[in-house]
Design a protein around this ligand. Structure first.
Ligand SMILES: [Zn+2]
Ligand SMILES: [Zn+2]
Length: 158
């Protein structure tokens, strides 16, 4: 965990209050492809928990400010996008105004949810769902070498 949810909440709360967004709320979701979003109808800024786990502090902070710029832009105009008005706001709140396409390098660092490791040879398999019938699954690498009953140990990555 790069940044805990509590820490992210208080950092974002501070940044939002500094910009007069005291009446906007904060949420978290489990999206793996979108760092953050601004829910205009609900007056809420939402961050991905995966962003907190796998992005750098700089990426997290820039995501917060990027969304803050959308919230301010929306309050001023009634809509928001990435045009030059938004860029002015982004610059003012310290967000990178050039980053209009999401930086998803953090998302590429998200490992599979589970890793199955052979207890004998260490051969591993990455999967996002728990495999069923583990009592009847044996390591194929070991199997070919004559060790026919090597089980896997499950590791949960997040
Ligand atoms: Zn944006
Ligand atoms: Zn094995």
């Amino acid at each position: 965990m790069v940044m805990s949810e509590d820490k992210a909440f208080s950092v974002l709360r501070g940044e939002m209050n500094k910009q007069g967004l005291n009446n906007w709320s904060i949420g978290f979701n489990n999206r793996k492809s979108s760092a953050g979003l601004t829910n205009l109808k609900k007056h809420s800024i939402v961050l991905s928990r995966f962003l907190l786990m796998f992005a750098s502090d700089d990426q997290i902070l820039d995501t917060m400010r990027h969304e803050i710029a959308h919230a301010i832009d929306y309050e001023q105009r009634g809509f928001t996008n990435h045009d030059r008005f938004w860029k002015l706001v982004a610059r003012r709140v310290g967000a990178n105004p050039q980053r209009v396409v999401e930086d998803d390098s953090w998302a590429k660092k998200i490992p599979s949810k589970y890793t199955y490791v052979c207890e004998r040879c260490g051969y591993s398999v990455n999967v996002n769902r728990r495999l069923k019938n583990m009592d009847h699954r044996f390591c194929g690498v070991c199997y070919r070498k004559g060790f026919k009953n090597s089980h896997f140990i499950i590791k949960q990555n997040w």
